[in-house]
Design a protein around this ligand. Structure first.
Ligand SMILES: *Cc1c(COP(=O)(O)O)cnc(C)c1O
Length: 408
């Protein structure tokens, strides 16, 4: 198979770029996105052929992806992640909770949805002959890049700020990346990587600084559409850092409409951030086109600790055009919800995922959404990668008193 890419273009100015070449950002420093010949896809690809695909996970959407040769698809056994409805959480939301659905991305390789974007970026790097990939990361992007680059036999270097969760730094090293801790913030790691692009031929796969991570992340929207019988929920809550996912999903919904594969109302897109780092929420509230840098970013939800996003204008546009909104939650609300959902539903959410649940509850309370809306909340990684409360109860095997258990 070849691919159906027609051209690449600057997401801000529309300037066109040649898909056969290696690209970073556009001339004006904005993200470059991939455009497809949708009329040809509509003619040559039946929606039912997607449903019958035996390819692993997001590779079932190959006709809507940029990789030309099957040989270049780098795969670690991706799965279509499940939609899990919350059955026992009615008391949290003040009613029936079964229309509240978690898209559980923790089941992907490396335990987070970063596998989608980096799997695609590494596959395209392989196709275009890139030799050395590099990334600045607060966590999950590093390990996903490491895993896919190692699988592809491409070298990679990962730079982590010194407050990156220990587990992410270690898992990255264990999956084959040259891994380094930097005494600085993510932006400063990014600067070192920009230097490496000039000095030693690194290629940066930082968020939105190359065209293909969005294409991987958009498959979340394709999966939801297919899983819901080529229909979509009323509202999607997405924990937003660099925003690749919200931008990607909004992009693929337009593609699906143009293809004629869906004809439903599009979901309202809700961007969820933490009160300790909420540049998109602030910009949304002020009605701005771009988001200002957030000073002193601090939150336990490290995946959304992103003070400045290159695609800010695309995130804000997706929220606006969809009739959605942006909200922030406190770390306390996030931790409370992580505990509640584990207790009631048996799902160990990551803090970023728990933040979407807290944001949904707050939005119900404030009337931004209604309990009759069908909603999808994103759990973007496994909770196993994050610190958990210590177990403090202990039992003396020589002196077991069963009343101790029943008193609990
Ligand atoms: C990276 C990350 C996010 C944010 O994703 P974007 O698409 O970049 O906004 C959310 N949650 C987790 C766990 C992450 O690793």
């Amino acid at each position: 198979m070849t691919n159906y890419v027609s051209h690449l273009e600057c997401a801000y100015s529309g300037k066109r770029y040649d898909p056969g070449e290696i690209h970073t950002v556009s001339e004006i420093g904005k993200p470059i996105i991939v455009k497809y010949d949708l009329q040809r896809i509509a003619k040559e690809v039946a929606r039912s052929s997607i449903e019958e695909s035996k390819e692993p996970g997001f590779w079932r959407y190959a006709p809507l992806l940029p990789v030309s040769s099957k040989r270049n698809r780098v795969s670690l056994g991706e799965v279509v992640t499940p939609l899990i409805s919350l059955e026992n959480s009615g008391s949290i939301f003040g009613g029936d909770s079964s229309s509240v659905i978690i898209k559980d991305e923790s089941r992907l390789p490396t335990g987070s949805f970063k596998a989608r974007g980096l799997g695609m970026a590494v596959s395209m790097a392989k196709e275009l002959g890139v030799k050395h990939l590099a990334i600045p990361t607060n966590g999950n992007a590093g390990s996903a890049l490491a895993a896919y680059a190692s699988r592809a036999g491409i070298e990679c270097t990962v730079l982590c700020p010194d407050n990156t969760p220990e587990i992410n730094v270690r898992e990255t090293q264990m999956q084959g990346a040259s891994t380094h801790i930097v005494n600085g913030l993510i932006g400063e790691c990014g600067k070192i990587i920009s230097g490496g692009m000039q000095e030693i031929d690194w290629f940066a796969v930082s968020t939105l600084k190359e065209p293909y991570r969005i294409e991987g992340k958009k498959t979340m929207g394709l999966e939801i559409a297919e899983q819901m019988g080529w229909s979509l929920p009323d509202v999607i809550f997405y924990p937003t850092g660099g925003g690749t996912g919200i931008i990607g999903m909004w992009k693929c919904f337009q593609e699906l409409i143009e293809l004629g594969w869906i004809d439903c109302k599009l979901p309202r897109m809700v961007s969820v951030q933490s009160t300790g780092c909420a540049p998109i929420v602030r910009a949304w509230n002020k009605g701005e086109e771009f988001a200002e840098y957030w000073d002193g970013a601090e939150t336990i939800s490290s995946g959304i600790r992103v003070p400045s996003a290159l695609g800010d204008f695309l995130i804000l546009d997706a929220i606006r055009s969809s009739g959605g909104f942006a909200v922030s939650v406190t770390d306390e609300e996030t931790l409370e919800m992580q505990y509640e959902i584990g207790l009631r539903e048996g799902l160990l959410l990551c803090p970023e995922g728990a933040a979407t649940v807290a944001a949904y509850r707050n939005s119900l309370d404030s009337g931004l959404v209604s309990s009759s809306d069908s909603v999808v909340l994103f759990n973007t990684a496994t909770g196993l990668k994050y610190p958990m409360p210590e177990v403090v109860s202990s039992i003396d095997k020589n002196n077991v008193d069963y009343s101790y258990f029943s008193s609990k």
